[in-house]
Design a protein around this ligand. Structure first.
Ligand SMILES: *Cc1c(COP(=O)(O)O)cnc(C)c1O
Length: 380
């Protein structure tokens, strides 16, 4: 069944050499990476960390949940630093973006709550919705007019309403108008705004805090979820919020309460990288200039961020497209249902700050060559 639909997934054996991937005897530029700032392969950064990291504190396991004996000082230090930088009351560290998104919605809603979620939010938020006992409605992607109607028609019948969205959408790379979302949530006192910034943190905003910073709405998002696993080259996540909400999450959020805390050494590394976030301006500028190259090269496709979705349509064809790219030296992966809606299989290209103009120019030529072959065969 899964195979017939062209949706079969398997693990590949690959090895990493900085921004390159080696597989099947080929060395390819990794254009499917989430290491947007190019930090994870940066040996100098790891060396600097090793020189400032106190090995007596850098434990490899927390051995317990934070509410039991696993609460190491570095967690609180990082949370204070995050709250300070975001200019908000509180932050809570979580084990991953997945933990954040499956845990927050069930913790903050009840059967008399309504969740209004963008059609394209990440699977982890969908799972959070399923685990909650709230009523949920998905609105069309970035369709603020529909969201407004749903809000006006329904909010009076619920104790609370949560608007759920991503800022830079993971598979389309387009950007949510957070100012509009804030304006909508402000219409009624019982509405909260929840934004997942997994693909924006580090990359967007003058100091890398994400789209909420870029759009000037940092004080207005009730729950801002950011992850460490992508641009920040670490592991874990955090939610930026107010103190009351933080305490509520600590008391109710099952994916926080019932899991061993992250190893202190990882949190020390996260704190080290987060502390430098504002200084990665050159990397952010480089991403913007590579992004502009794609915009110029593909004027009839939308390039709104460092994530470039190249729509192919059919799942089998997207796999074949990806194979052609690999033969030309670009490791770009197909994204298929159920990750994306049926009939919208695509190659998801992502840019990182380690890539050069020459590499991207060559990638553009290769994409154009392959797609003109596919067009000739009537495949796209
Ligand atoms: C990757 C991702 C997550 C999950 O984060 P992890 O830390 O990898 O568990 C959550 N939301 C979005 C939008 C993501 O892209």
């Amino acid at each position: 069944m899964i195979r017939d639909a062209g949706a079969y997934r398997s693990l590949s054996s690959i090895s990493h050499q900085g921004k390159f991937i080696e597989a099947d005897g080929r060395t390819m530029l990794n254009v499917s990476s989430n290491d947007y700032l190019g930090l994870s392969g940066l040996e100098s950064l790891r060396q600097e960390f090793a020189s400032v990291c106190d090995p007596t504190q850098a434990l490899y396991s927390a051995s317990s949940a934070r509410l039991l004996t696993g609460n190491f000082p570095v967690y609180g230090e990082l949370e204070s630093l995050i709250a300070l930088r975001y200019g908000r009351e509180a932050a809570l560290l979580l084990n991953s973006g997945y933990h954040a998104n499956v845990g927050i919605l069930p913790a903050i809603t009840s059967p008399s709550s309504l969740i209004l979620a963008d059609k394209l939010v990440h699977a982890s938020m969908i799972d959070g919705i399923h685990l909650s006992r709230a009523k949920a409605i998905r609105y069309r992607h970035n369709d603020y007019a529909q969201l407004e109607r749903l809000l006006d028609d329904n909010q009076g019948r619920y104790d609370s309403v949560v608007l759920v969205t991503e800022s830079v959408f993971s598979m389309d790379g387009d950007i949510c108008d957070l100012r509009k979302m804030v304006e909508l949530k402000r219409r009624y006192p019982n509405v909260m705004l929840y934004v997942d910034e997994a693909h924006a943190v580090g990359v967007c905003g003058p100091t890398g805090l994400g789209q909420a910073e870029a759009q000037g709405v940092l004080p207005d998002v009730d729950l801002l979820v950011e992850t460490f696993g992508k641009a920040l080259a670490s592991v874990g996540a955090f939610v930026v919020t107010n103190e009351d909400m933080k305490q509520l999450l600590i008391n109710r959020m099952r994916s926080f309460i019932f899991t061993t805390a992250l190893p202190p050494v990882n949190v020390m590394w996260s704190k080290f990288v987060f502390g430098k976030l504002a200084s990665f301006t050159e990397e952010r500028n480089r991403l913007r200039s590579l992004e502009r190259m794609l915009q110029v090269a593909f004027p009839d496709r939308t390039v709104s961020s460092h994530i470039f979705p190249f729509l192919v349509g059919d799942s089998h064809e997207s796999v074949r497209f990806s194979e052609c790219l690999k033969r030309k030296g670009f490791y770009a992966l197909p994204v298929r249902p159920p990750t994306v809606p049926e009939g919208t299989s695509r190659i998801r290209f992502s840019l990182t700050a380690q890539m050069t103009e020459v590499e991207i120019a060559r990638m553009i030529d290769v994409i154009k060559d392959i797609s003109s072959e596919f067009v000739k065969e009537n495949k796209i």
